[in-house]
Ligand binder design. Structure first.
Ligand SMILES: C[S@@+](CC[C@H](N)C(=O)[O-])C[C@H]1O[C@@H](n2cnc3c(N)ncnc32)[C@H](O)[C@@H]1O
Length: 316
């Protein structure tokens, strides 16, 4: 059964940045060095650079196509922008190579850009038929098809459960591994068809968590997110602010764990005391998560699932 809504191709769409006004309100653009760790199409970067002529930006992304687009968009800002290609794990080296000046602010706008999702050649979306690739950085690492061809059923089942809350994770993992080993899983359409059959659900929504989980695995997204936020306190000036934009609960949970300080209570039976939760390097500016206005959600569907958090570096 081939899902009826699967499209053969599509035109890649420009990415509309999410919660820009709110992001700027927390970051307070001004003199000094800021980091955009997820450059994408450069929408947030452009807004930061326009907001203050004294602001300089370290702009990073693991996707070379994003760089190609954003470099053109931001060309008019000249040497105020320093571009760097890599994942969050490469930020320490990139920041040092850029001079190592302490950051006044940093933005992590997680996940994918519309351009990546809508390009069938990237093999990311279940809505377009394309090669089963899913890498955000097409210049390195294994494609999803390559990874699956040698994966164990247990690992795939864990990935589906852990990153996607996929029901029937075990039978689906078994079917995926068998098809991959038989050389029958090289396109997103084949994966969509197989998952639709095993899950006995041909609504597109049923496939979203499957594709999301496998994408997070092939890009090692959660370990990368944690590595970036673990590096950040040492690179951030006192009073500097980090803004994070997460698009699903697993991402948001890890952001909170990484930035909220010591999450382990002294006693397992009692909740953590104020001292324990306040022991980390960050002061939380968004006790309640910030979400997009109804108007923004109506005009930009990506904004519907966005959760913004902001934390300020405490004085050393
Ligand atoms: C939501 S888009 C960013 C959009 C951007 N804020 C804009 O205004 O156009 C996320 C971008 O982050 C990049 N990205 C995601 N995870 C990354 C990681 N671990 N390391 C480096 N870049 C990452 C993706 O390649 C993608 O281009």
């Amino acid at each position: 059964m081939r899902p009826r809504w699967l499209r053969a191709s599509s035109v890649s769409a420009r990415h509309d940045p999410v919660l820009v006004r709110e992001t700027l309100a927390f970051l307070r653009p001004g003199k000094g060095l800021f980091l955009d760790a997820t450059l994408g199409d450069g929408g947030h970067s452009e807004a930061l650079l326009l907001a203050s002529p004294e602001l300089r930006l370290l702009a990073s992304d693991r996707d070379l196509d994003a760089h190609a687009f954003a470099r053109q968009r931001l060309a008019r800002f000249g040497d105020r922008v320093m571009f760097t290609h890599g994942t969050f794990r490469d930020l320490a080296a990139a920041h040092a190579a850029a001079g190592g000046e302490l950051l006044r602010g940093a933005l992590f706008d997680y996940g994918l850009s519309s351009r990546q999702i809508d390009d069938p050649a990237r093999g990311i979306s279940y809505r377009h038929d394309g090669p089963l690739d899913q890498r955000m950085d097409a210049s390195r690492g294994e494609t999803l098809a390559e990874r699956l061809a040698t994966a164990e059923e247990d690992e795939v089942a864990n990935v589906l459960r852990e990153y996607g809350d996929v029901r029937a994770a075990r039978p689906l993992a078994r079917a995926i591994v068998a098809a991959a080993r038989a050389g029958q899983l090289s396109t997103t359409g084949q994966l969509a068809t197989l998952a639709t059959r095993v899950l006995r659900d041909d609504r597109p929504g049923a496939l979203a968590p499957v594709f999301q989980a496998l994408r997070m695995w092939v890009n090692d997204e959660m370990a990368d997110l944690e590595a970036g936020l673990a590096w950040l306190p040492g690179a951030m000036a006192d009073g500097g602010v980090v803004v994070t934009l997460a698009y699903h609960s697993g991402e948001d949970r890890r952001v909170k764990q990484a930035l909220r300080g010591n999450p382990r209570p002294v006693s397992r039976r009692l909740p953590p005391s104020a001292d324990e939760t306040a022991s980390g390097p960050w002061e939380e500016l968004t006790r309640k998560v910030v979400v997009a206005s109804q108007e923004e959600q109506d005009t930009n569907p990506r904004a519907r699932s966005a959760r913004l958090r902001a934390f300020r570096r405490k004085p050393r």
